[in-house]
Design a protein around this ligand. Structure first.
Ligand code: ADP
Ligand code: MG
Ligand code: ZN
Length: 472
């Protein structure tokens, strides 16, 4: 490759199926995955003549939640438009979408600026694999679909472009799941990612972009961007032109392939849908209330977890599991930093570690119970060995940890008089070592702690033993 410096420009378009009870324009069940084909259908989502859509307010609220969580602007005025095209999976001959007045605009997520987030409807699902015909399942027709579009962002390298874009996708998936507005499972097509990619030598002038579809994982986002950038650079260096087109990603060959030349907006003949009312959102929904009810956002969780210096892998684990994170934050309420760290470690290693190895019959005790165990550890009433045993025990039966620890004989001996007696006994039995220790052979301290622990049958707090040994 030449000495020429290439900049990479990426803009993303991400669709996510919203998790509402009913579809976008009718009261059919929004459950395309678990239902038999064509069960959740009615004259509206089958587009029978004369059927009229009614907008699902929950879907609108869901988009607003995403907007409020990304510091975006929520439109005062919004409307729905018809995007006209013919395809068997689009029964009306148009998709109801939004063109000029999206519900959400501007904002930012994971350092990527957002252009807009609008609301539209999903298409039916075509199945071409059954034979010489195509089957269509309309369960998905009219499922609320959110589309988020980012601004084009300039990157210095294909690696940076790939990494930032896949991180953006992850951050959005986490946000959607945290807000509980979408399950955002990419394998199920609940979240679909498209990357617009171009290459330029002059950052003030963008190159011709290609849009890559069928990106079914964050890993493919990264790989497709890198592949596509190399392809563009190769074309440019051969003196050829990049053609603006839609390309697919072949997961097996790890390359992109041409699908179709790109339509322009005017091909869709957008116009406001006369069947739906125009909306003044501030009058329809209570924005302040939605804002107040937002859960703890992933960025905030991340900052809190970084403060206690967990390993990046542990942070990811907590951020990827909303229930676990809620549990952690509930249990950690009022704890100091060192106990929070202790909690995270015992929760992820001993509790979740045991559960994920078991057949899932184990479940976590209440957050308060777990917090109690952590306090017992930090106070020294439980040894780390005892803590492991107690946690395993309490996972199968949520009982009071102190009572249970006593029953299982896991309480560490902390009676100073008793412990001092143990130390004195150990010293009298090891006079030679004791002399050496007193003469400065400090490393013998552990020898004495070990003997004391053995004498106490593992049931003693080593920290206290050390203190006694030192004082003597
Ligand atoms: P279109 O009308 O072709 O869909 P848009 O202007 O709506 O194009 O942009 C679609 C997406 O493409 C947006 O995410 C935008 O940031 C991105 N984009 C626009 N121009 C470029 C470019 N030159 N290179 C990479 N991405 C781009
Ligand atoms: Mg577009
Ligand atoms: Zn319907």
């Amino acid at each position: 490759m030449s000495e020429q410096k290439y900049y990479v420009v990426i803009g993303m378009e991400i669709h996510a199926e919203l998790k509402t009870k009913s579809k976008m324009w009718c009261s059919c069940l929004n459950d395309p995955f678990n239902s038999e084909p064509n069960q959740n259908v009615c004259p509206i989502c089958l587009a029978e003549p004369g059927a009229l859509p009614v907008a699902n307010i929950e879907a609108i609220k869901n988009v607003i939640k995403v907007g409020l969580s990304t510091n975006s602007e929520i439109a005062n005025f919004t409307e729905f438009d018809r995007k006209n095209y013919f395809y068997p999976d689009i029964p009306k001959g148009y998709q109801i979408s939004q063109y000029k007045y999206p519900i959400v605009s501007k904002g930012e997520l994971a350092s990527v600026p957002l252009t807009r987030i609008h609301l539209e409807e999903d298409t039916a699902k075509s199945d071409h694999a059954k034979g010489e015909y195509t089957l269509i399942d309309f369960n998905r027709a009219g499922v609320p679909l959110m589309e988020l579009v980012t601004e084009p962002v300039i990157y210095n390298s294909k690696e940076e472009a790939g990494k930032t874009s896949s991180n953006f996708g992850k951050a959005l998936q986490r946000l959607l799941r945290t807000l509980d507005v979408s399950d955002a499972d990419m394998e199920k097509g609940q979240m679909r990612l498209e990357a617009n990619i171009s290459v330029t030598t002059d950052p003030a002038k963008f190159g011709t972009k290609c849009e890559v579809k069928n990106l079914n994982s964050f890993n493919s986002v990264e790989k497709a961007i890198i592949y596509e950038v190399d392809r563009h650079i190769e074309l440019i260096e051969k003196g050829e032109k990049v053609i603006q087109e839609t390309r697919g990603w072949d997961e097996n060959k790890l390359e992109t392939f041409s699908q179709r030349k790109k339509e322009n907006a005017h091909d869709y003949r957008y116009f406001p849908d006369p069947d739906l009312p125009k909306m003044y959102l501030h009058k329809i929904v209570d924005l302040d209330k939605i804002k107040e009810e937002l859960p703890m956002l992933p960025e905030i969780k991340k900052a809190a977890l970084e403060k206690i210096e967990l390993q990046p892998k542990q942070i990811e684990q907590l951020l990827d599991d909303n229930n676990l994170a809620s549990y952690y934050f509930e249990a950690s309420k009022g704890m100091d930093i060192s106990n929070q760290k202790l909690l995270a470690n015992y929760l992820l290693t001993d509790a979740v570690g045991v559960i994920s190895k078991s057949d899932n019959t184990l479940k976590l005790p209440s957050a308060t119970t777990f917090a109690k165990i952590i306090n017992m550890i930090s106070e020294g009433t439980l040894s780390s060995r005892g803590a492991k045993d107690l946690i395993t025990d309490i996972l199968s039966e949520d009982t009071d940890p102190e009572t249970r620890a006593k029953e299982l004989n896991l309480i560490q001996n902390q009676d100073p008089t008793m412990m001092k007696k143990i130390v004195e006994k150990v010293i009298s039995e090891n006079q030679d070592q004791w002399s050496s220790y007193k003469n400065g052979e400090i490393k013998l301290e552990m020898f004495f702690v070990g003997k004391c622990m053995k004498e106490a049958a593992g049931n003693g707090n080593p920290k206290i033993f050390i203190d006694i040994i030192k004082s003597l």
